[in-house]
Design a protein. Structure first.
Lengths: 209, 119
């Protein structure tokens, strides 16, 4: 293949892509972030494996069925699903070049994330005040570590997204800020994927009689 | 770097295989993805709360629904197939998923030898 042909291919291939792919730095950040997500997936995989192995080991503490409250975890799930949707729309607005749209959708996402964390903290406080602590049983240790690690990720995501949000408000959509908005969106959707498995494996499987 | 892996994109000026039409007008793909994820969430809840299936059948169904939800997130929200150049991110994520499944399924399998409980 000639160099000229290669150049034409490159341009025509890159042309339809948006701003976040327009610099090699931006492309590398997005690729690197996918690799981080792969390793984070392994981290959650280990926590899920631990939970699955010890989930029936309730010792003298409450079992899953006695602990989990269907309306609470359903509300948490719906809030996180909705925040994933608004975050996706935020990325779309950023690609359309609408700073106001992107900023307002990311603000909604952060608020939904805060209400999710609020509900989860409330749930944990309810459990611990009823005597179901992280030391009570192997099941509760694994539960608090798995769900807590996810909650910690969401809390970090809120701080991160807020900082990207401020940067977007000050600097606008550029080759520098576009990859950041895209990557924080990837992170948020990934957390939603992990939550779907917490909802299924921890909560729903826990309330099966 | 070879950008020729994905050769069906070139030729037409609007030849992007994944982008172009999605960013204009009403965000249909996002709304469809959101509605699908809501349906899958409630379907799993209904199966657990309102049906008389056996425990194993319930677990099978809700795990299938969770798997579908992952595809909704990846393809409707995360622009999973989108890339410039080789699709290394798909390889790395697949590898991560492979390790994850090895750890989870391997742990359950090896712990089942104790015979004290059903997983």
């Amino acid at each position: 293949m000639t160099i000229a042909h290669e150049t034409v291919l490159r341009q025509s291939h890159e042309e339809p892509h948006s701003l976040e792919y327009s610099t090699s730095g931006g492309r590398l950040k997005i690729l690197g972030f996918w690799m981080f997500l792969a390793t984070d997936l392994v981290l959650f995989g280990c926590l899920f494996a631990t939970y699955l192995v010890v989930r029936t080991h309730a010792a003298t503490g409450p079992t899953e069925g006695q602990l989990f409250d269907v309306p609470t975890f359903t509300a948490e799930t719906l809030i996180l699903l909705t925040s994933s949707f608004t975050c996706g729309l935020g990325t779309r607005e950023m690609r359309r070049g609408s700073r106001g749209g992107a900023v307002s959708l990311l603000i909604i996402t952060v608020l939904l994330g805060l209400s999710f964390v609020g509900l989860e903290v409330n749930e944990f406080v309810k459990y611990t005040s009823s005597g179901a602590n992280v030391q009570t049983s192997a099941f509760l240790s694994a539960f608090f570590v798995l769900v807590g690690t996810h909650g910690c990720h969401v809390s970090m995501g809120i701080l991160w997204m807020t900082s990207i949000l401020l940067q977007l408000m000050v600097k606008g959509i550029s080759q520098v800020t576009a990859p950041k908005v895209f990557v924080v969106g990837l992170y948020w959707h990934f957390l939603d994927v992990v939550w779907v498995y917490i909802y299924t494996v921890v909560y729903l499987m826990g309330v099966i009689k | 770097m070879s950008s020729t892996m994905d050769s069906h994109g070139h030729g037409s000026p609007m030849g992007g295989p994944q982008r172009g039409s999605h960013e204009e007008g009403f965000p249909w793909s996002h709304v469809i993805g959101y509605v699908l994820s809501l349906i899958l969430t409630f379907a799993a809840l209904v199966i657990v709360e309102n049906t008389k299936l056996s425990g194993a059948a319930m677990v099978t169904y809700i795990l299938i629904f969770a798997g579908l939800q992952v595809f909704v997130q990846l393809f409707f929200f995360m622009h999973f197939t989108e890339t410039v150049g080789p699709r290394i991110h798909i390889v790395s994520l697949s590898l991560g998923l492979f390790f994850t499944m090895c750890v989870i399924l391997g742990s359950i399998w090896i712990m089942s030898f104790s015979g004290h409980q059903a997983y």
